[in-house]
Design a protein around this ligand. Sequence first.
Ligand code: ZN
Ligand code: ZN
Length: 202
Amino acid sequence: MAIRQLVLGNILENCGFFFDETAKEGVVIDPGDECHKITKALEKYGFKVTAILLTHGHFDHIGAANELKAKTGAKIFVHKSDARMIEDPEANGSLLFRGEKISVKADGFLSEGDIVKTGNLELAVIHTPGHTKGSICLVSGKAIFTGDTLFCGGVGRTDLPSASYEDIMHSIKDKLFKYPDGTRIYPGHGYESTIGNEKILY
Ligand SMILES: [Zn+2]
Ligand SMILES: [Zn+2]
């Protein structure tokens, strides 16, 4: 199992690569911007993209999804509650924050407990509403991609439409903090951390 992250765009979003080095298959998580950088990284890592997974519907996480799909043929998955957000440039913030219309259509949906298989690896879906209604985290063994739900030293914004502070705290405390302290988190922005390190703050 290999995990890599690549910082993309002027919002410095972390795009995730999760792949099986032996089977040479994997997924791309949150291709937010600058598809040319993603394809360059994929050439280097040498794996076939079997799916494009979106942790939530904000523009900084979905901006390169269409282009990456066109280049790799991989399908795009998101939680159903953010399906409208990825399609609507007003709801996903691309119009307001980037002055352009980003609209992505999901090929399939992910919900709590779903297992995404790639190569000989599995990623389990945890529904963690709060930052958006359809925010998800993706867990495999001692690694969790936390999107904009949990960061190193903070939690995601809850002042945007469809967000809820109560929900995000419930998602973090009751769902994410259930994982062992040594579990590594790979957030949608900023540094990596561990569940143990983040627990100290709450
Ligand atoms: Zn976000
Ligand atoms: Zn973000």
